[in-house]
Every structure is written in C-alpha cells, then in structure tokens.
Design a protein around this ligand. Structure first.
Ligand code: FNR
Length: 450
C-alpha cells in the first residue's frame, strides 16, 4: 500500500513556479518607515495590519480567551527540532504530492477561513485563482462572502482543486447544510471538510470589544442565493434563497456583542455527533475530512464512522483555549488513522494538521511526523489584504519555495524518501513518520535512509 503522500509521477499536472511583478515586493508606506521587503508570512501580516480596519484585522488575527493556544501553536512547532541528513543528492528535489488522488505542488492546502471580502474586494475569488495558479487545493468556508458556485468558476477554465468546509447547523437549519453539500458536489468540489470543534463559537473577546459585525454591503453568500442574472458568470445558486439560517445577526452587532457569536449561538448545532459523518455520506459521494480532532480516539471513531481523513486542528486557537497544540497531537492521530493503532481492515486515511504553519520548515516537520499535508489559514488573509490575488499567490508560492529549500537542507529529495529520525520531539525523543503499513515502512527505511 503506497503512502498518501505522492511520488514524482504525480508531478506532471503541477503548474510551473510563478514569477511576480516586483511592485508588490514592499509593504505599503507606514509613516516614515523605510519600505520593507515582504519576504515571509510575518512581513505580510505586518503589512496587512497597516491596511485593514482594526475590527477586521482583529477578527482575523485573534484567538479565544487568553490566547494561550495562539502562542502555544507556534511555540510547539518551534520546540520540534529538525535533525537533517547531509550529503543526500537533492538537486532534483520535488515538493509535489498527491492529496485524495489529485496532484498538488506541495503538501499545503488553503484552510477554510470566513469572510474574505473584508480583506479585499475580490475575496474568495482571488484566493481560488491564486491557489489554482500555485497548484494547491483551496478549502472554501461555509461562511464565505462569495458563493461556492462563484468560487468554483473563478479560476480560468475552472481548474484548481476545491474542498468545501461545512458547518452542520441544528434544527430546521440542518436542511441548509444538506443543500450546501449537494451544491458543493454539483459545483465540482472534491471533498467535504466537516468542522467538528464548533458546537458553539469560542469566546473571542476582541470581537466583543470591537462589536464585530459583517461590514455593510457584504453578505454570507452561500446562504442568500447569491445568483447573478443568468449568463453573468459571477454568481451563485440559481437564484434560490437557502433557508433557514439566521444570517441577519451577522451585521447586527451592538455594543458588547459580536455578530459572529450571535450567528453561532443561533445556528450551530451543539448536539452534533459521529452520526453526522454517516449522514453526510448518505447524501453525497464526496470524501469527508473531519476537521478539529486533537485525539487519537476521536480520530479512530471518525474513521470508523466513515471519514476519509482527519484535520488535526484547534481552529487556529479560536475555539477552546489551552488545548494541546495540533503538532503535538499529530502523532497519536497519525497512529490511529494510518499507523499500527488503526482498526484492523480499515484503509489508511489522510491526515492534515494546521495551526501556526508559517514556514517551509513547519511543513517539513509536519510531514516528517506523518501528516500528508498542512493547512494554512491566516497568512492567506494577509496576502489577500495587501495585494489581492497576487498577494495570495506570493504567500502560497513563497511557502512552496520555502518547503523545497527546507527539504534540500534537510536531505529530503521527495516525500517518499524522508530520512528516518528527521525530527526531535520537545521531550528529546527522536521521531519517525508513522508507517502506513509494514511494506511502506520497509520502502521508507530502505535505500538512502537508515
Ligand atoms: C478560521 N478557521 C475556520 N475553520 C473552519 O472550519 N471554518 C471557518 O469558517 C473558519 N473561519 C476562520 C476564520 C479566520 C479569520 C481564521 C483565522 C480561522 C480556522 C482555520 O480553518 C484554520 O484551522 C486555522 O486558521 C489554522 O491556523 P492558522 O494557520 O491561521 O494559524
């Protein structure tokens, strides 16, 4: 059985590297500060902060409660050390991989993040075009400000891999979720990403202090039948309103409340259970990735219920504060989903991890610990805010380049040739990729590694 990470044979469909117009190499002017080169995701964040309205920047940047997990997600990654191999021929390095059978330029997926049009007028459409140009999948949020149909049509010729993130709503609004699933499948999305860490929204106090609300003129386009006149090519779902989610709350925050929190309280289903996975599979043929697991037992239960994979995530530290960092939880999920701990007879699933992935070395650590790919959230928003489609392409393309460089420096010519013992865990133990099955392990252990 081959590992889920791809081989060079997948690389053919990946677009060539992008070139960029140097006009966006520097941050916008900030007082008398000299122009700053935008060299990494932190630079893009700093530039976005100078451009975005405070309410919007804070909504994108913040986490829940005391922001313990927000910093812990990053510090846990930093506490994992790489143990590079030298004198490995890496001249023809390839970061390409394959996710759910589709080629990707690198094991990077755009995470679902809400309301992109607050960052840039082109919103989710710009992100879809940039992700397609760079060659990585994009996950569209249920809470998008562009309809899923418009996003599907955004990249030229409709190329690009798109996954759809789903909030399953409660009560009568369950019908909305079903409709979204059917629309996503009809529009060519190739996976459902079911978010399971949000029975209620996290306590994001910054949004309450800022009385966060969806800015005037924007809407949660997936809920309102975002249809253009026939033939305009830019709209939504055949003109049909999608009841009965209470979207009105979103733009009605008053002092001391957040519009998003009100929306969540009204619509999210606090009684969601593992049955939901079988329900989704009964209404769609799309693979279901369960996003928001931080434990092996939950991951195993999700797989037993029919999931195709797991996204190890704490929602970018915006839900429960003080969780184990996703990179720390990764190994037990990998073991449950595709390692020796998985239930006999169940096929290995896909494992993704997110939370503070900001550098190519973060991607390398995650894959070396058994992830098939990472998701990247906020950096995409910073690129979008600063330079629209080109900004997102620069952020994603820059990360892909960083991954390639990190692979070369660590002695990793390709994802199926990761040296053993590439990562030292925070407790000092040397860690390996958990094998998919014994024969894959033999392949990994043979040849140039050992
Ligand atoms: C999110 N995230 C998220 N997740 C989800 O399942 N549905 C959603 O609508 C959103 N919306 C959202 C908005 C914003 C502004 C952020 C920052 C995050 C969580 C997201 O998918 C992902 O798990 C994290 O963003 C990953 O962490 P980093 O890369 O942002 O640190």
């Amino acid at each position: 059985m081959a590992p889920n990470v791809g081989t060079d044979t997948d690389a053919g469909a990946v677009p060539p590297p992008l070139t960029f117009d140097p006009k966006h190499l520097t941050a916008p002017p900030d007082g008398d500060a000299p122009p700053r080169l935008l060299l990494n995701t932190a630079d893009w964040q700093a530039a976005a902060k100078t451009l975005l309205p405070r309410q919007v920047y804070d909504y994108y940047a913040a986490g829940a409660d005391d922001l313990v997990s927000l910093s812990a997600n990053a510090s846990a990654l930093a506490a994992h050390a790489l143990r590079p191999r030298v004198l490995v021929p890496v001249g023809s390095v390839s970061a390409a991989t394959s996710l759910l059978g589709v080629a990707a330029a690198a094991p990077i997926v755009v995470a679902p993040t809400a309301m992109h049009r607050m960052a840039h007028a082109d919103g989710e459409l710009a992100v879809a075009r940039a992700a397609a140009a760079v060659g990585v999948p994009m996950t569209l949020s249920t809470m998008a400000t562009s309809s899923l149909e418009a996003v599907a049509a955004a990249p030229a010729g409709g190329v690009g891999t798109r996954w759809f993130q789903l909030y399953v709503f409660g009560g009568a609004a369950r019908a909305t979720a079903e409709k979204l699933v059917r629309r996503a499948q009809a529009a060519g999305y190739t996976a459902l990403v079911l978010t399971v860490d949000a029975p209620v929204y996290g306590n994001r106090e910054t949004d309450v202090r800022n009385s966060f609300a969806l800015p005037a003129g924007l809407r949660l386009a997936n809920f309102v039948g975002d249809a253009p006149p026939a033939g305009s090519g830019s709209g939504g779902a055949a003109g049909e309103p999608v009841p009965p989610v209470a979207v009105a709350d979103m733009d009605k925050a008053s002092a001391g409340s957040s519009g998003l929190a009100s929306f969540g309280d009204t619509n999210l289903d606090p009684n969601l259970s593992f049955d939901c996975i079988a329900w989704l599979r009964s209404i769609s043929t799309l693979p279901v990735l369960v996003k928001g697991c931080l434990r092996g037992d939950d991951a195993a239960a999700a797989m037993a219920a029919g999931a195709a994979g797991i996204v190890v995530s704490n929602h970018g530290a915006r839900q429960l504060d003080g969780t184990v960092a996703p990179i720390t939880a990764l190994r037990e999920v990998v073991a449950a989903v595709k390692g020796p701990d998985r239930p006999a007879g169940s096929p290995p699933g896909l494992v993704l991890v997110d939370g503070a992935i900001r550098r190519g070395t973060d991607v390398l650590k995650a894959v070396a610990l058994g992830a098939d790919a990472v998701m990247v959230g906020r950096p995409v928003l910073w690129g979008l805010a600063v330079a629209g489609e080109e900004g997102v392409a620069r952020v994603l393309g820059g990360l892909v380049e960083e991954v390639r460089r990190a692979m070369m420096l660590a002695g990793v010519p390709a994802w199926d040739r990761i040296p053993r013992g590439l990562v030292v865990l925070p407790d000092g133990r040397v860690a390996d990729r958990v094998p998919v099955d014994p024969s894959a392990w033999q392949e990994e252990a043979g040849g140039d590694v050992g």
